[in-house]
Design a protein around this ligand. Structure first.
Ligand code: RIB
Ligand code: CA
Length: 303
């Protein structure tokens, strides 16, 4: 058992969402990680739904001790666009989840992040797996807080094609202005884009394995995985479902799980058809020093 002295302090920022729910559960299950709290943002569903869903997952896990703090109800400068066709009207459809058994923190995500980072005896690793509104707002509002951030392991972006538009992955597309603040922050960033998350696949066999665990948590996640897989069968014709967000958590717990290359990455905020594109320079153009470790491969069996 890893002693609490050596566990990595992390804060998970998410928009539950089926893969976010798995990421929350993985983070709380790994002995290497000390989850200081969860912040929520709109994306897969409205802020009210993603916050309720985070609380429902914690109620399911018996972890209502974990603080949850909600962010603003829309991106920095654009209206919120959600993805009900992927995650359902509630944002976490398809399973028998309990109702929340705890309340979000009254101070909200920005103040919770600032105070938790300031109070932490050592720098904290942030794991954002939704639109980057909360992290962008934190860095813009309290620039000095960056010294208490050990690094950012995020799910978002892509070197190749997007999944919300041909150019952009959903998380970056929802709030490109916030994403640009994060990518230009100078902080150590590992970007888990679609290039790696589309190799972090699970499907109906894994749902059966979760059922076979025989616990309520196992049955609920088996049902959530079946629901999430249904979308991928309909949209992509395959029952292999990318568990996007869990990759960003697994990387922090198990360094070496993903293979990264260091490239310069910036975010398009003005393009009509390219809004939210993570522009990854793998040719080392002069004047654009590498600033991001881009994850490109994963040990799928270990994952
Ligand atoms: O593009 C995949 C990302 O969008 C994941 O974080 C998923 O939860 C959705 O937020
Ligand atoms: Ca997410």
């Amino acid at each position: 058992m890893t002693s609490t002295r050596t566990r990595i302090p992390v804060i998970l920022d998410c928009d539950p969402g089926h893969d976010d729910a798995l990421a929350i559960t993985l983070a709380l299950a790994r002995p290497e990680l000390d989850v200081l709290g969860i912040t929520t943002i709109g994306g897969n569903s409205t802020l009210a739904n993603t916050t309720r869903n985070a609380l429902r997952v914690l109620a399911l896990l018996g972890r209502t001790d974990v603080p949850v703090a909600a962010g603003p109800d829309q991106p920095l400068v654009r209206p919120l666009e959600t993805a009900p066709e992927v995650h359902g009207v509630s944002g976490l459809d398809g399973a028998d989840l309990p109702e929340p058994a705890s309340e979000p923190r009254p101070e909200g995500a920005l103040e919770f992040l600032r105070a938790t980072l300031a109070a932490s005896p050592s720098p904290v690793t942030l794991i954002p797996v939704g639109p980057l509104t909360n992290i962008g707002l934190l860095l813009r509002t309290y620039p000095a807080i960056a010294e208490k951030i050990a690094g950012i392991s995020l799910m978002g972006g892509a070197m190749g094609a997007g999944n919300w538009t041909p150019a952009a992955e959903f998380n970056i597309w929802v709030d490109p202005e916030a994403a640009r603040i994060v990518f230009r922050s100078g902080l150590p960033i590992t970007m888990h884009g679609l290039d790696v998350t589309h190799k972090a696949l699970m499907g109906l066999p894994e749902a059966d394995r979760l059922d076979a665990v025989g616990t309520r948590v196992g049955h609920v996640f088996a049902d959530l995985l079946r629901f999430f897989t249904r979308f991928h069968v309909e949209k992509y014709g395959t029952d292999q479902t990318p568990i996007h967000d869990a990759v960003a958590v697994a990387h922090v717990a198990l360094p070496g799980l993903v293979t990264t290359r260091r490239y310069h990455v910036d975010v398009e905020t003005n393009g009509d058809i390219t809004r939210g594109r993570t522009v990854v320079d793998d040719r080392g153009h002069p004047g654009e020093p590498p600033n991001v470790d881009v994850a490109l491969d994963i040990d799928r069996a270990a994952f």
